[in-house]
Each structure stands twice: as C-alpha cells, then as structure tokens.
Design a protein around this ligand. Structure first.
Ligand SMILES: *[C@@H]1O[C@H](CO)[C@@H](O)[C@H](O)[C@H]1NC(C)=O
Ligand SMILES: *[C@@H]1O[C@H](CO)[C@@H](O)[C@H](O)[C@H]1NC(C)=O
Length: 298
C-alpha cells in the first residue's frame, strides 16, 4: 500500500468510527437460492462484477432428513437442492467470480410441510452440536458465512439469543465464517426473539436481512420508508438491507415503487444493500429484478 492510499484508508476508518456507520451506501447484493428444488444453478444468475454478491443457500435445518423430519437439537442437515448446488459448484462460481461469497441460512419457515421450530434441549448441548455439524458442512461446501432465519420457536428469546450468539461467536473465533446475518420480519414473536439477540450480540451481526416482503402486498413507497425507519430503530446501528420477493407477492413490489424507494434511500446514504427471495422463483422471470437491483447498487 502506498502512503497516500494508507492515509485515505485510515481517514475512511476514522470517518466510520466517528460518524454513524448507518450513513454509508453499499454495493451488497444477496440472494437466497436452493429451497424450492427448481433446478436453479449459481451460474444461471446474472452477477454484475461491480457488486459484492452473496448467494445464501436455503436451508440447513437441525431436523432429521427422514420422511417425517424431527428436531435434532443443533445437529444440522442440508435441505437445499444439492444436485444443482454442490460443493464443486460453490468452488466454481467463486473461482469464476471473485466478487461472490456463499453463505448458508439456518431454519426457514417449514421442513417437510410443517413449521421448522427452533427447539434446543439446552444452550450448551445445542451450541456444541451446532458448531460441530455446521463447521463440517461449511468446510465441505467452501462457504463464507451464515444467515439466521428461524421463524418459529419452542424456546424463549433469551435462550434463542444465547444459542445463536454463542454459535456466531464460536464460528467467527474459529475462522470458520467471516460474516453473519439475521433475517427477521414484522411479527411479534419473531421480533421479540431477534431483538433480544440484537441487544446482546449486535457486534457479531454484520447484516440484517429484514424480510420487507412479509408486509402487506399493498405496501406503498411512503409506508415502506416508514417501515425501514422503524427497523432502523429496532436494529440500531445495523446494516439493514431492503428486500423483495420474486415468488408471488408481498411488501413493496417493483410495480408499486420498490426501486424508487431504493433510490430515495441511496440519496440518503441508507442503502446498505438489496436482497431477493429467491433465485428459484426468479429463474422463470429471467432474473430481471436481479439485474435491476445490481445496476442500482453499482
Ligand atoms: C400509502 O398507503 C397509506 C395506507 O393505505 C395511505 O394512507 C397513503 O395515502 C398512501 N400513500 C400514497 C403516497 O399513496
Ligand atoms: C453492471 O452494472 C453497470 C452499472 O449499472 C452496468 O453499466 C453494466 O451493464 C452491468 N453489467 C451487467 C453484465 O449487467
């Protein structure tokens, strides 16, 4: 590094420390992939080299893989489309696109057509099982990070926070992952769990993939901006990403102004990134929103 570059970097770091980290746009684009077995591959998805691109494999779940899945207390199994999203395919997309990282998401809405519950027997045993099972999956698949997407709970918020906080802390300390995100949405029980996690462990959580598409499908731009503001105060200091769904409807749609709202946030330096649920659904639509999102972030 040359001296002027070093000074510039130091100045930027100082600026981030002195001023609110909120007030920075980012070129981060993230996309969930693999939950719906629609044979989508990483290489199907348009990747603009100007973005920082994360694929998020959906899902790893601590349930058995039998025809009637049952909870395993933190022993995770892979539930995504491994025929099309294999370890070799992860290596290959990362090699051909240096701006790509790949994460896995924990939990999700359902497993075997029933709710996937967060159901630990105890904090210690859950964390120990989760660290060892996830470490081996992450190494096998050459992954870089995790996303937390439990949506149903058979444990109180404090137990959830302790388990997830300690899991992220250990995986980061062991250098198994370099980033972690959480994926809450506007639901009382969900928010109670994730906000306790945030209060205790915000320093370990790099991104908040807030599921804005879980709001009403009639959402308009001004409502969306007010929801964003609410979540900025719930997850204070967090890098909150905006989001849309390409599967059915929900939240602020592109037709109703999603990209207009993104531009407004960008003008306020609050656009920390965009994510889409999901590549599986976007495939039949030619990935038009992926292209539009990345062009806006570039
Ligand atoms: C957005 O929707 C709300 C609630 O329906 C409504 O009160 C408001 O006028 C709408 N705003 C615009 C700009 O359409
Ligand atoms: C990537 O984004 C830039 C900036 O918007 C755009 O000019 C370029 O065409 C995009 N490339 C691809 C391959 O979409």
């Amino acid at each position: 590094m040359k001296i002027p570059d070093m000074l510039l970097t130091l100045t930027m770091i100082l600026a981030l420390v002195l001023y609110n980290v909120d007030a920075v746009n980012s070129n981060l684009f993230r996309e969930y992939i693999g939950a719906e077995f629609k044979t989508v591959k990483f290489s199907d998805v348009p990747i603009n080299r100007t973005t920082n691109f994360h694929f998020i494999l959906s899902f790893a779940i601590d349930y058995t893989t039998s025809s009637t899945p049952s909870p395993t207390n933190g022993k995770f199994n892979v539930f995504w489309d491994t025929d099309n999203l294999s370890p070799a395919e992860v290596s290959s997309i990362k090699k051909s696109h240096p701006n790509v990282k790949v994460a896995l998401s924990l939990g999700g809405d359902t497993v075997g057509a029933k709710f996937a519950y967060f159901k630990p027997s105890s904090v210690d045993s859950w964390v120990s099982n989760a660290v060892s099972s996830l470490t081996s999956i992450i190494k096998q698949y050459h992954l870089d990070g995790i996303d937390i997407d439990y949506e149903h709970f058979k444990a109180d918020p404090s137990t959830f926070a302790a388990c997830i906080g300690r899991l992220i802390m250990t995986l980061k300390k062991n250098k198994v992952i370099s980033f972690a995100s959480i994926a809450p949405f506007d639901d009382d029980q969900v928010q109670q769990h994730y906000m306790v996690l945030w209060r205790r462990y915000a320093h370990l959580i790099d991104y908040v993939n807030f599921q804005f598409y879980a709001y009403d499908q009639q959402t308009n731009v001004s409502q969306f901006l007010s929801y964003f503001k609410t979540q900025m105060s719930n997850y204070k200091g967090g890098r909150i990403l905006v989001s849309l769904t390409s599967g059915g409807s929900g939240g602020l749609s592109p037709e109703n102004g999603f990209f207009t709202a993104c531009k407004m946030l960008k003008a306020r330096k609050q656009l920390h990134g965009i994510f889409i649920w999901s590549a599986d659904d976007s495939k039949s639509q030619g990935f038009k929103y992926e292209k539009q999102s990345q062009a806006l972030l570039a």
